[in-house]
Design a binder for this molecule. Structure first.
Ligand code: CP
Ligand code: NVA
Length: 297
């Protein structure tokens, strides 16, 4: 039976740990592959811009011996109103898997319902599961473990935060999120979070003794018009050297990128010795390779 990855909750904790192990193995063996996906094709339907997710998925598929077809916002008849259910059934006859980046979570769910091939959520307004898979790999790589750590989130309770909450509920690590009121994570994500997830008002409370500190932009794609209002609401919710002083001495600083220096994170911390943001970006490719191999080989 095909597997869709629409949220982290579509995986079991064992599957997540196995993907992390495999992605780390792939990273070690970089360049050496026996092309297990020769002749297979990944389609990418992207309604929003992307540097990392698009290129790392395409590079991963090519490294596995397969090919990709990228479909931007205006490229398909979806832009002229062709129903998702027709598009999904047609594309299933040409492709082996589909990665979709769009606005509504309902869109990827409907695509998955009608497609006969695995559908991967490559970011919606609600969730960004693949980001968290590779972020967990980065935590494992840097800390040697995930469970037993305190992971802090500072800022917007957005799609990336919601997926971190899903992961904490599934794997059982401590996640403390400091979000301004009005910008808290989605109730749907929090509902199943369990007691390992806490929401606090003060960034210092989240940062105190944290092993990992993590953030993302204050205004996500599609929220550009709210930028000014959000900058005001998020004052005090920046990862900077003052906040870092509350974390453990060997804290790991993460950001899924793109970053807005001087807003959610200061330049010196982003470029500083605790930051692993470029390893984090690289790891997306290794994780996507592990994921595609698992889904399709
Ligand atoms: N982190 C991430 O998803 O980046 P892109 O928007 O560049 O894909
Ligand atoms: N929260 C951000 C993540 C970008 C990778 C956005 O949705 O724009």
């Amino acid at each position: 039976m095909k597997r869709d990855i629409l949220t982290i909750r579509d995986l079991s904790s064992e599957e997540v740990f196995r993907l992390i192990e495999r992605a780390l193995e792939i990273k070690k063996k970089q360049g050496k592959t026996n092309f297990p996906l020769r002749g297979r094709i990944l389609g990418l339907i992207f309604d929003k811009p992307s540097t990392r997710t698009r290129v790392s998925f395409e590079a991963a598929m090519i490294r596995l011996g397969g090919g990709t077809i990228f479909l931007g916002k205006a490229d398909t008849q979806l832009s002229r109103g062709e129903p998702i259910r027709d598009t999904a059934r047609v594309l299933s006859r040409y492709l082996d898997a589909l990665a979709v980046r769009t606005y509504a979570q309902d869109t990827v769910e409907e695509m998955a319902r009608w497609a006969d091939i695995p559908v991967i959520n490559a970011l919606t307004d609600r969730y960004h599961p693949c980001q968290i898979l590779s972020d967990l790999m980065t935590v494992q790589e840097n800390k040697g473990k995930i469970v037993g750590l305190k992971i802090a989130w500072i800022g917007d309770g957005n799609n990336v935060a919601n997926s971190w909450i899903n992961a904490a509920g599934l794997l059982g690590f401590d996640l403390v999120l400091a979000c301004p009121s009005g910008y808290r994570p989605s109730p749907e994500a929090l509902e199943k979070a369990g007691e390992k997830v806490r929401i606090v008002d003060e960034p210092v409370e989240a940062a105190r003794d944290a092993d990992v500190i993590n953030t993302d932009v204050w205004a996500s794609m599609g929220q550009e018009e709210e930028h000014g209002k959000r900058v005001e609401a998020f004052q005090g919710f920046q990862i900077n050297s003052e906040l870092l002083a509350y974390c453990k001495k060997d804290v790991t600083v993460m950001h899924c990128l793109p970053a807005h220096r001087g807003e959610e994170i200061s330049e010196d911390v982003l470029e500083g010795p605790y930051s692993v943001v470029f390893d984090q970006s690289e790891n997306k490719m290794h994780m996507h390779q592990a994921l595609l191999e698992w889904l399709l080989a």
